[in-house]
Design a protein around this ligand. Sequence first.
Ligand code: NAX
Length: 328
Amino acid sequence: TRTPVNVTVTGAAGQIGYALLFRIASGQLLGADVPVKLRLLEIPQGLKAAEGTAMELDDCAFPLLRGIDITDDPNVAFAGANVALLVGARPRTKGMERGDLLEANGGIFKPQGKAINDHAADDIKVLVVGNPANTNALIAQAAAPDVPAERFTAMTRLDHNRAISQLAKKTGASVSDIKRLTIWGNHSATQYPDIFHAEVAGKNAAEIVNDEAWLADSFIPTVAKRGAAIIEARGASSAASAANAAIDHVHTWVNGTAEGDWTSMGIPSDGSYGVPEGLISSFPVTCKDGEYEIVQGLEINEFSRGRIDASVQELVEERDAVRGLGLI
Ligand code: NAX
């Protein structure tokens, strides 16, 4: 019998946590034959609600779930962690400046990065969901110098999935016919969903669409502002779709991308495509044997170049701001 994989989830009592934990415990994160132990990290005010969720997890009698620990101590939560999903974050409240937001999140992600550094398992894989996800991942990574930098990733898979769905609608294809779509840059309104290398049932997506105005005025803003549209419609931010994307991100990272396809992940740049080394930016990646690799050699046209550069510039500014605050 396999040893259980330790999965730590922060912000476990939040709405994404509620949509995520049951899917992890049912085997959808790592596979139907992989037992898991859950570690739930919350702030003291969230502990009681997390206990309630744990009661419900018990009540599902998931055969793969081998235990649930709940704590408000990062050093306990990340002890022996193999997978860490960093969901809990400080949201931007009215009137909050970007500097304040970054500082408040630094107060969360720096100690969590250090706890991962000191206590996680050697094979730890980290996904940061909590916003600003890319820069929070950078803060955690910088606080974990003993962990290989590439183990810290940020979630752009929700954007990736949103873009696939929009492109399928536009072309009348099914989502499973869409391949090789890319989200570049920051998980923010500046992100760039790129269809120039994407395929719709084996044909180039940009050629099929053949409508630059639709790309610029409809597709890109629809994908980039989808989070706001969900809040407007639902009265609450994306939760089940965000949890689904977190499941997809880790599942793909661990189990690999399909032959001929790739996915999008926020990862530390190695300088590819002119993205400054070390920035955590979204790239097209293939995954195999638990590791990812940036898809190389894609031709970047002028339309794409400007948009990638703009999003990367925002990441540079966020990095410089957290550097100025002494967070990295
Ligand atoms: P909620 O406010 O429902 O839940 C957040 C939870 O985190 C709360 O229970 C809170 O007590 C807990 N928390 C806060 N600080 C913590 C800490 N230091 N340690 C442990 N737990 C802590 O937010 P939810 O809707 O679940 O969203 C969570 C995060 O995901 C937000 O930052 C949100 O902006 C971000 N998102 C990121 C997305 C992405 O694509 N990368 C999309 C969805 C989502 O907007």
